[in-house]
Design a protein around this ligand. Structure first.
Ligand code: PMP
Length: 363
């Protein structure tokens, strides 16, 4: 008789991450508005760079990601030795957690924060701690009140997913100032590029001020490259060094590296994406108002819309029949809401039409 191996106790506490759905059985055309993707896709220059990589797939990628780090450094004026690249920012969030938190330590985030913070904390054997939010916004006082001598990392996504809300940089600065110096502040800027407000800052100046702050970025959102899995982080050299020690040597593939450089170098395309998203977000908001649906103010490429816990499954089923796939967010403690990613103009029109019909049929 064989005995089944037993995973570490903390691993079995993990609720596996379930991504946005992409199928609606029996529906001819599926419109996926469930994973906060860029519906217009990446820059054509990134697609070309990706395709060119096909001619030398027999070679390992550059394990030091030099060209990509150089391109990021040049665009944002960061020293390359303070940059690290990963297979999505997900991988980097995990590397930071594994490198700095373990048994007996705590990792703190806000209650409707991105689910991977909790998953990586448990994977590292540490204890996840969540702080309440205020009106679905990150609450700096609540986070500071939850800090204990065991706290190793505080994660804040700004804008946050799935709420879409953003807090001013002055609040992020206040959080940093209130944290003990040895606590790492992980600022998740996955949706930062959607913001056009000159007062907004993801938090890079805190890194430059020498505090233990790490800022995470992704190519999965405005850059439109989630299929390639690519992200980067900027932090103090000592923290980046620790993360590098535990990452796998060729964690980012050549096609992702090449497409990433080309995408970064096409900032005109990114500006266009920012404008298109803002226009469509505005149109969706304005269309929801007459239908009587409330939504949470979003600074990103999705909108959290309140339908009420009873109606959420009904409306979700109705939309699925129409081929429109949105995201239930009860796993985030938000059973009253559906999260709807911003689609193309045509896709959003189909969504608005479907919601209008739903509302009309209900009368
Ligand atoms: N942070 C936040 C807040 C996110 O919403 C996501 C993607 N859903 C990620 C990080 C991870 O993105 P990726 O691994 O694709 O870079």
């Amino acid at each position: 008789m064989t005995t089944a191996p037993t995973p570490k106790a903390s691993i079995m506490k993990i609720e596996p991450y379930v991504g946005g759905k992409s199928k609606a059985p029996g529906v001819a055309r599926v419109i996926k508005l469930s994973s906060n993707e860029n519906p217009w896709g990446p820059s054509p220059k990134a697609i070309q760079a990706f395709a060119e990589e096909a001619t030398h797939l027999n070679r390992y990628p550059d394990g030091g990601h030099f060209a990509l780090r150089e391109a990021i450094g040049k665009l944002h004026h960061f020293p390359v030795e303070q940059l690290i690249c990963g297979a999505g920012s997900d991988e980097l969030l995990g590397l930071l957690t594994h490198a700095f938190a373990g048994e007996g330590d705590e990792v703190l985030y806000s209650v409707h924060g991105f689910l991977m913070y909790k998953i990586y904390t448990l994977a590292a054997g540490a204890t996840p701690v969540s702080a309440p939010e205020k009106d679905l916004h990150t609450d700096v006082d609540a986070l500071l009140a939850a800090v204990t001598p065991r706290t190793k990392i505080v994660f804040v996504a700004n804008p946050n997913n799935p709420t879409g809300t953003v807090i001013p940089f002055s609040e992020i600065r206040r959080l940093r100032a209130g944290l003990p110096e040895q606590v790492i502040l992980g600022l998740d800027a996955a949706y930062a590029e959607y913001i056009d407000d000159p007062a907004y800052e993801a938090g890079e100046s805190l890194v430059n001020e020498g505090t233990n702050t790490v800022v995470f970025h992704t190519f999965s959102k405005i850059y439109g490259l989630p299929a390639l899995r690519l992200g980067w982080a900027f932090g103090p050299a000592a923290i980046i060094d620790a993360m590098n020690r535990i990452r796998s040597p060729f964690n980012v593939n050549s096609a992702a590296l090449a497409a990433g450089v080309a995408a970064l170098n096409d900032q005109e395309y990114i500006r266009d994406m920012r404008i298109r998203n803002a226009d469509e977000l505005k149109r969706l908001r304005h269309s929801l108002k007459p239908l009587g649906y409330e939504y949470v103010p979003s600074a990103a490429n999705f909108l959290l819309v309140k339908f009420g816990a009873e109606e959420v499954p009904i409306i979700n089923r109705f939309l699925r029949h129409e081929g429109l796939i949105v995201r239930e967010v009860d796993a985030y403690g938000l059973p009253d809401y559906l999260r709807i990613s911003i689609g193309t103009t045509e896709e959003n029109t189909l969504l608005i039409d479907a919601l209008t019909r739903y509302k009309h049929d209900k009368k």
